[in-house]
Write a protein of this length. Structure first.
Length: 231
């Protein structure tokens, strides 16, 4: 691990993931293959993150097809929310939901970087800030664990804004999964709430350029995913 990587950051060394990341970097990779590669890398990063971030516990018994009884296993914590950062974070949602054994709420955060300052601006938030009441018994309170998904951590400003929002909501822990980060972006994201956040990424580049894009990076991953290059 590079000396500039914080202790609560985890950069994958899986050879298959690194080969897929190299394919994703290529300007010749078309939109369909970009979607597939992001999904596959998200699966691999998510698998590693959830192996460390969750535990299993026995939850009653069930019967096998041969009639044998066995102890059922479930995950802990069970109160989990998945939080994609719009829009490119949506590309990682199917991978993470396929790993989790039961459906979880998906709460979207819309954040974009203001071009001149590169600071995040929130334009959408559907976190249920109010818990169950007599007038709204179906409302849900904060999750014990929130899993943020966003392919890119460049400067780390967007990640920090999302972490602050979820911390204010009242979550106890956050796992942030990304495809690619910079050393500085990881440092900022991991330092925003060191005791409550673990960041898992597929790869780490050194820095961003003057436009705030990772070098060599992946380009504008949202535009590549959704064929909006040159908008």
């Amino acid at each position: 691990m590079a000396p500039n990587i914080p202790p609560n950051a985890h950069v994958s060394t899986h050879p298959c993931l690194q080969a897929k990341l190299s394919q994703l970097r290529s300007a010749s990779t078309n939109s369909k293959d970009v979607q597939t590669l992001v999904h596959e890398i998200a699966l691999m990063v998510g698998y590693e993150a959830l192996a460390q971030g969750l535990s299993s516990k026995e939850d009653g018994t069930d019967k096998s097809p041969l009639g044998y009884m066995y102890g059922k296993q479930t995950i802990s914590p069970s109160n989990i929310s998945l939080v994609p950062i719009l829009r490119s974070g949506l590309s990682m949602v199917p991978a993470l939901t396929s790993l989790l054994p039961t459906p979880v709420p998906i709460h979207h955060l819309g954040l974009y970087r203001e071009k001149s300052t590169l600071q995040p601006v929130e334009y959408y938030n559907n976190l249920p800030y109010h818990g169950p009441t007599t007038t709204n018994p179906t409302a849900s309170g904060p999750a014990e664990l929130a899993i943020i998904v966003d392919p890119i951590i460049a400067t780390g400003a967007t990640a920090c804004a999302a972490i602050d929002t979820l911390k204010d909501w009242g979550v106890k822990r956050i796992i942030l999964c990304a495809v690619l980060a910079t050393e500085g972006g990881l440092e900022h994201a991991c330092g925003e709430w060191p005791e409550g956040v673990e960041v898992w990424v597929g790869g780490c580049d050194k820095e961003v350029d003057e436009k705030g894009m990772i070098r060599p990076g992946l380009g504008d991953i949202g535009d590549r995913l959704y064929l909006t290059i040159g908008k």
